[in-house]
Structures are given as C-alpha cells and as structure tokens.
Design a protein around this ligand. Sequence first.
Ligand code: PHE
Length: 450
Amino acid sequence: MTASRGKFSSRFGFIMAAAGSAVGLGNIWGFPTQAASNGGGAFLLVYLVLAFCLAYPALMAELIIGRHAHANAVEALRSVSRGPISRFSGGVTGIVGLIVASFILSFYAIVSGWMMAFCVSSILVLSGFETIAAWFVESSLPRNVFFMGLFMLITVVIISQGVKNGIEYWSRRLMPLLIVTLLLLVVYVLSLEGAGQGLELYLLPDFSRITSPSLIISALGSAFFSLSLGVGTMLIYGSYISDEENLPIVGGYVTLVDISVAVLAGFLIIPAMFVAQHNGIEIFTETGALISEDTLIFTVLPALFQSMGFTGVVVSLVFFFLMSIAAVTSSISMLEVPVAYAIENHQVSRNKAVWAIGGLITCVSTAILYDFETLFGLVVELTTRYSQPLLGFMMCIFAGWVWQRDNLLQELQKGNPSAEAGLFWAIWPWYTRIVCPLIIATIFYTSLAA
Ligand code: PHE
C-alpha cells in the first residue's frame, strides 16, 4: 500500500498544502465575524490562547499518528491501537471523522459557491454587463446550485490529480497569492476613513466578556475548525510527509501561518465594517449588536464596495477572489479524507473514488440548498461546534493514552534524532495526555450546561 501512496515533494510543499487546508473561510470569514460579534479583542485573546495551547498540540497528535502510519485516518488509528477495543474505537473515530469531513464540505461548497458568484459578478460589472451581474449577487436556488456544483467540480478535478500534482501543485501557487492579496486589501482598508474605530474594537479586549462560556466555546470551535482538526485532514496530510521532516517544527509553521492569516483577516473585516458605517451603511442590528455572519459578508461588504464607486468594484473582485482561493485550498483537503480511505481500504481507483464521493457530497449540498433554513445551520452546528472538538479530543486520547510512548518517540526521532532531549518531548506527551482532553471536555461540558 505504501509504495503507491502519494507524497509531498518538499517541506515547502507540505507547509503550503497544510496551511492551505487550514487557511480558509474559517479564517477570513468565520474568525473575524465571530470576533466582531463576541467582543472583538476579548475573542481574539481567547482564540490565540486556545489556538496555541489546544489546537497546536491536537494538530501535532494528528500529524504524528498520520506520518507514523502512512495511511488514512481509519487505518492509522487502528494501527496505533493495542487491543480489540481501542482498534474498534480507532476505526469508529476515523469513520466518523470522514463522514464529518464530507458534511463540512457539503456546506462549505455552498458558501464557497456564493463567493465565486460574487467574484464573477464583479468581473461582469467591470466588463460592462451590469444587468447580468445583478443575477449573480441575488440569492436564488438556480444560482446557488450552479455555483456550488462548479465549486465541487473544481475540487474534484484537483483531487483527481493526486497529492503531488493536485493538492501540492495548487497549494504552492494559490497560497502565496492569497497572502499577498490579503495584505494588499488590509493596507487599503486601513487607509480608509472610519477604519480606526474598527481597530479599537478589535484590539482592545473587553475583559468582562472573556469568561463567557459561549465566547469560549465559539473560540474553541473556531480554532479547531480553522486548523482543520478532528476530521482526519491533518492526519492524512501528515501521512504524506517524508520521514525526514521534523514534525513539531513543520506543524508549528502551519499553525503560525493559520493564526496569522486569521488575525490579519480581522484587520481587514472589522475595520471594513466601520468604514461601511462611516459611508452610511447600517452595521448594527435593532438589538444593538454588530451585524455578523452572512449578513456581514454578503450585505455590508458589498454595500461598502458599492459606495466606493469604480474602486469598489475592483476591491470587491479582489476580495471575493481571495475568498474563493482560500476556499479551494481547504475544500480539496476535506475531499481527500474520504477519498484516501476509499482508495486504501476498498481498493478503488482515485478517479472513481473522487467522482463518486464528490458526486454524493454534491447531492447532499443540493438537499441542503433545497431546505436551507432548516438544514444549513444544523449541519454547520453539528459538524463544527460539536463533532470537531469531540473528534479532536479522541485524537488526543489516541496519541496520549492508546499509543505507546516509545513508538511516539521513535516517530519524532525520525526527523530529529535528538528529539528526546528537546522541549517538545518534555511537554507535549503529558500535555496531550492530560491537559488537552481535560480542557476540551470542560469547555464542552460548560457549553452544554450553559
Ligand atoms: N480550516 C478550514 C477553514 O478555516 C476548514 C476545514 C475544516 C478544512 C475541516 C478541512 C477540514 O476554512
């Protein structure tokens, strides 16, 4: 099985692919909008603490198990198990992970489709087709189904090309483009009038909100979603890394890129809201809370762009292009999870697996679009708020309790012979064994009880 498996060709290739998976709508849309509606700086602070102290160790658990097994999540979790019960739970965790990854993709493709529709609309306005352009920004079932389908098609085509020629090839090109585009937009928005008020909200924490259970569970979900944890994505990417790599270091880079992009996106979205307010656009709801989530991205920002005339159309094009790139480099990593399982455990060809699973997910997305009001929020909530932290908890249990310490050390020593003397080995094993599961469980319990 190992000989025919894909592999990233270099460290840079892996970092771009894994950071590409991590950096997505969660960073550029989810994080800033949640921060905006959860006290700005307070959310930022809790997010940063959770990302470094919980998400990074959980990411390492996935990368190490994946690289050790050089197999998909189901196989990998089974292979580190020692008895029948842990083998069975490993298999179940892997299967649940791939189902959750597929459901995440089913709603992700819908939102990404909207991003693409807005991008196309700006291109049409720039080319003088304003009347047609209007159709692309108005929500309708045909538009939503079409763009969701188009987005899924792009994802399927990239994944059908495999690890090196598909995932790595595109991530290496799209990720640097994404970072440069984001930086340009941040610089531009910060130069506009009204941005300062947004900066204030973003950077000055309202400490009274820091202990709010709903803020903490949102920040936890956000951190886990943002680093693509729990569902086996990072595990499968880890399984494609060469044995010579020093895992804690490459995992650290991935975390840093992911968090930096989220924080940077905050510098774009939150100030942009206040620029919009300065331009006369309503950014507060009747209850006095900041407008958030989809209303923000699909109403406030387009209104802001419109108030900026021609420049606004260009900025809108760049912004939605950025969103679409971020979405593709993440969606491919979601699809790879069930595809790798089908290829390795059911001996299906990559092409067949990709088209069949991609087709199935497209059907689920279409069903969600048909009953959007009921299904969309439900799928988002069940997958990201509950399943991901719980699956992340299981990954920590596998790395900390099920797998033997000696094997863990051997795996780390492959890329760093002196790993035993290092700081990572001094902290991470007991931390992942005790602290991570305890904190995840506590936050989870508190949020359910609240
Ligand atoms: N990390 C991605 C984002 O921030 C989402 C994702 C979740 C990707 C789970 C893969 C698996 O948008």
